[in-house]
Design a protein around this ligand. Structure first.
Ligand SMILES: [Zn+2]
Length: 646
């Protein structure tokens, strides 16, 4: 059944209040701590729209809040446990009893453990779960799960399992003044949209896929949750973020169709069809698209054996010169070093004269620093990712090595280098990951070979891990890589995970380009904000360095880097949330303007103060507000106290 918010509200006065509230939300976008107006959703239910909406359900027996409320209430209901949402309930929780989903217990209670493990867990991370984890433990008075019905202050709330955005989220449904009202957390944004796609990355046990390869894994949960919301026949839904949803059934139906279209597109050009094969791809597809869904997979492109001037070992390759010299690509383990030492002993190779690192993942970098020492050779990368290789501790990205690589020879995108009978061209090549390069190798009389890191396989894109930051515009991300492959002309591609060379023909290149653009357009229709990149770039706002050591003596500067993916310049209002024992030499409220498609940087100087009780770490977070985007406790950095030696 359809539902119109304006006709649903019971008096012209209420319609007026709603209109004022909408106008005030638009106006409040430009200030961080504006006072939002309250909408009377029903006679007994008030909603305050804001960065996180707040709800108060009143009865003669007392009041119940959902998400949060600033006046005293008896209970506050949480739909999920993410830090960027639960902050809204902090005030209510000072006096109210907290009700939360049992399956979110880990997020709500174990934040201390999570952050305690972070210094080690941030490396070789294949789980790809959000770091928007509370930095303290919540006291929850009542844990609920799907099927429960709870009676609070005279109101009955049904609990519906609605995982997706998080692993254990629930929705609450109450009949208020004759209307079925759903409090759905971050299940749906507006008219059938999502906040992002990266939050849905997870393992897919049925296809033996771990978090790292699980693009949109929890879209399967989302689809099931949307079906439950459709079955619940809601008259109106109040999400944790975004506008009130006047027709939840329509919005859920639209969102289900949209995410299925995205996932269908994703599978149709996916590298995992080469590594994991068709059965596992179909198992993935059935979860999201349904048992009988049509699942399309791109046929493998042409592939052949690797030319004999390229030595293969694990995720490394060694280019062999007629002079006896070798040039190494990547070094993920000691075994590669040992194998090359053996080649040297057998006099198949004299020496290693250089190392090119295609990207930062541990299977390509763990042993690079050691190889540099053993072979006494320079190491090369392009400027877009050399910093990450030199100081991984400044970042948090999937599958990072903890071993920094020193003294990188930083090459410009497009720079060439003669090496014996070969010409190398170095490329920024943001394929599998944003921080990624490639090297085109040419020599007379041979088909050129383009070493493309992990960017493509004969069945398509290695884009299964969204946390790698695969940006979607033309001339960036994979679309830039496809342009570079076209420009390179007739050449073989090498992905070091694949014991072949392969190449896409013109039709296949067109197909990949068109499908990728199609996916971008589908994502753009689905994302809450004004550009598709916000759905795939968890790090559009990120602290740099991502971790820092503080003392009371030394001042450290930490940056908040904001990439404006929108097609317009943006003014940002920022607030740095300082944790206990950390003082700032700069204002915590700051302004920043960033041009369209650029990155801007705000910074803050920090020092430690006093004795750090409980644990030796603190989390600094940032609130960010700009036209249509309002997030709190969003980006995070990990601060540790420097041991003072006496
Ligand atoms: Zn790899």
């Amino acid at each position: 059944m359809g539902f119109n918010l304006m006709t649903f509200l019971q008096s012209p006065r209420q319609v007026f209040v709603v209109r004022c509230a909408i106008i005030s939300v638009i106006a409040s976008i430009f200030t961080l701590h504006s006072h939002a107006e309250v909408i009377k959703l029903t006679a007994s239910c008030d909603v305050e729209l804001g960065a996180i909406n707040a709800v108060c359900v009143r009865s003669s027996e007392g009041s119940v809040a959902v998400y949060g409320w600033d006046q005293a209430v008896k209970h506050v209901l949480l739909t999920h446990g993410r830090r960027d949402v639960v902050w809204r309930a902090r005030k209510a929780a000072e006096s109210a009893k907290v009700v939360a989903p049992a399956r979110e217990r880990d997020l709500l209670e174990n934040g201390l453990d999570y952050w305690g493990r972070f210094p080690q867990a941030r490396y070789h991370d294949y789980a790809q779960q959000t770091t928007k984890v509370p930095s303290h433990s919540w006291t929850v008075n009542q844990w609920v799960e799907g099927g429960d019905a709870i009676h609070l202050s005279g109101t009955r709330f049904e609990v519906i399992e609605t995982p997706g955005f998080t692993r254990g989220a629930v929705s609450y449904v109450a009949v208020l003044d004759g209307k079925r009202v759903g409090f759905i957390g971050d299940l749906i944004y507006g008219d059938g949209k999502l906040l992002d796609l990266y939050s849905y990355q997870d393992a897919i046990p049925v296809a033996q896929i771990r978090g790292y390869h699980g693009y949109g894994a929890r879209l399967a949960d989302l689809v099931a949750s949307l079906n439950r919301i459709i079955d619940a026949k809601l008259d109106v839904a109040v999400p944790a973020r975004g506008p009130i949803i006047p027709n939840p059934t329509d919005a859920a139906t639209k969102l289900r169709q949209r995410v299925q279209a995205i996932y269908h597109n994703y599978l149709s050009t996916n590298a995992l069809n080469w590594y994991f094969k068709e059965d596992r791809m179909r198992a993935c597809g059935r979860r999201v698209l349904g048992q009988d869904a049509d699942i399309e997979l791109m046929p493998y492109c042409e592939y052949d054996t690797t030319p004999d001037w390229i030595y293969e070992n694990s995720t490394s390759r060694l280019i062999l010169s007629e002079t006896g010299a070798g040039f190494l690509l990547d070094c993920g383990s000691d075994r590669v070093i040992e194998a090359i030492e053996e080649l040297i002993q057998q006099q198949a190779v004299d020496k290693v004269e250089g190392i090119f690192v295609t990207h930062f993942h541990d299977d390509h970098t763990d042993a690079v620093a050691k190889a540099v020492k053993v072979f006494q050779s320079p190491v090369y990368a392009t400027e877009e990712y050399s910093d990450l290789l030199e100081q991984p501790a400044a970042f948090h990205l999937p599958a990072m090595t903890e071993n920094p690589i020193a003294n990188i020879k930083v090459m410009k995108d497009g720079a060439t280098m003669k090496w014996h009978e070969y010409t190398f061209t170095f490329h920024f090549f943001p394929g599998q990951a944003f921080y990624h390069g490639a090297m085109l190798v040419e020599k007379d009389g041979e088909k050129p070979v383009f070493f493309i890191g992990d960017a493509f396989a004969p069945s398509g894109f290695d884009d299964y891990c969204i946390l790698n930051r695969n940006l979607l515009h033309d001339h960036e991300g994979y679309l830039l890589c496809l342009e570079k492959i076209c420009d390179a002309g007739d050449c073989w591609l090498i992905n070091e995970h694949i014991r072949h060379v392969f190449k896409f023909n013109a039709t296949e290149l067109d197909h990949l380009t068109n499908r990728y653009r199609e996916r971008r357009n589908l994502i753009r229709e689905t994302v809450a904000w004004d550009d598709a990149n916000y759905a795939v770039d968890e790090q559009w706002a990120v602290f740099y360095p991502r971790s820092e050591t503080l003392s009371s003596k030394e001042v450290k500067t930490i940056e908040l880097r904001i990439t404006n993916h929108s097609a317009k310049a943006r003014d940002y209002s920022l607030k740095f949330n300082l944790p206990e024992n950390v003082v700032s030499l700069d204002k915590v409220f700051q302004k920043l303007t960033v041009q369209a498609g650029s990155m801007g940087t705000a910074s803050i100087r920090l020092k430690a103060r006093g004795r750090w009780k409980d644990h030796p770490w603190r989390i600094i977070t940032a609130d960010i507000e700009t036209d249509g985007i309002h997030v709190r406790e969003w980006s995070d950095a990990y601060l540790t106290l420097k041991e003072v030696t006496r």
